[in-house]
Design a protein around this ligand. Structure first.
Ligand SMILES: Cc1cc2nc3c(=O)[nH]c(=O)nc-3n(C[C@H](O)[C@H](O)[C@H](O)COP(=O)(O)O)c2cc1C
Length: 200
């Protein structure tokens, strides 16, 4: 199948927060006046926690959201570390934490249905409350890639396997090319060329 057309779709960038877990997503979409859907990879700890607790909140990232937030929530697992301990957080009306700084809005949600898509689960949720957090410009997925030089990790639904390159063993960023410049610095986590591994 030619997947080229899918690259024309647009997305935002969000953090889904639930009990003891949270991760970056781009697949959150409003589908009716008070319902949203989001696709979460089954290997992400947030998937298990959402299935268990059925409540979450989503924050809308802005262009000012720090790379460290995306790195922590998009490239590490809540299974291995307490992502929230590094940042200032607030809690929503269900006592679920969220990062308040450099976020445009908060949506509080209750899962009402799940669709099994093999690798991912699509969670359908009712939005029970929302709050505007700032008037900063929201971060689109396109902005994340073009301006922040962001990458798509393997567990994101829009991930495409790169053909040839070097992967950062710290955060997963992939530099595509035959040779990695000696003085290369990872645009996501700042690691040096020495920690990159070759992929074919
Ligand atoms: C820009 C971006 C978009 C992402 N979109 C999704 C997504 O829509 N669904 C998903 O399951 N993972 C997505 N991910 C990957 C998860 O955030 C990542 O695998 C995370 O480490 C999972 O953490 P957890 O194990 O604590 O749930 C995305 C990551 C980034 C950086």
């Amino acid at each position: 199948m030619n997947k080229e057309g899918l690259k024309s779709l647009t997305y935002g960038v969000y953090i889904i927060n639930t009990v003891n877990s949270g991760c970056v997503v781009n697949t959150l979409t409003q589908v009716t006046s008070d319902k949203v859907i989001v696709a979460i990879n089954k290997e992400n700890y947030t998937n298990q926690m959402l299935k268990k607790h059925k409540k979450f909140n989503a924050t809308v990232l802005t262009q000012n959201t720090k790379s460290e937030v995306i790195q922590t929530f998009g490239f590490t697992s809540s299974k291995d570390n307490d992502k929230y301990s590094k940042f200032n957080t607030e809690t929503d009306s269900n006592n679920i934490p969220y990062i308040n700084e450099n976020m445009a809005a908060l949506l509080e949600c209750e899962v009402i249905n799940e669709i099994d898509l093999d690798t991912h689960t699509v969670f359908m949720a009712k939005v029970t409350n929302t709050k505007k957090l700032s008037s900063e410009e929201v971060m689109t997925y396109d902005y994340y890639h073009k301006v922040k030089n962001g990458v798509t990790p393997p567990k994101a639904p829009t991930y495409e396997k790169p053909k040839k390159g070097f992967r950062c063993t710290i955060c997963g960023y992939v530099y595509e090319g035959e040779t990695l410049p000696e003085n290369f610095v990872c645009p996501i986590c700042g690691a040096t060329a020495s920690v990159f591994e070759k992929i074919d």
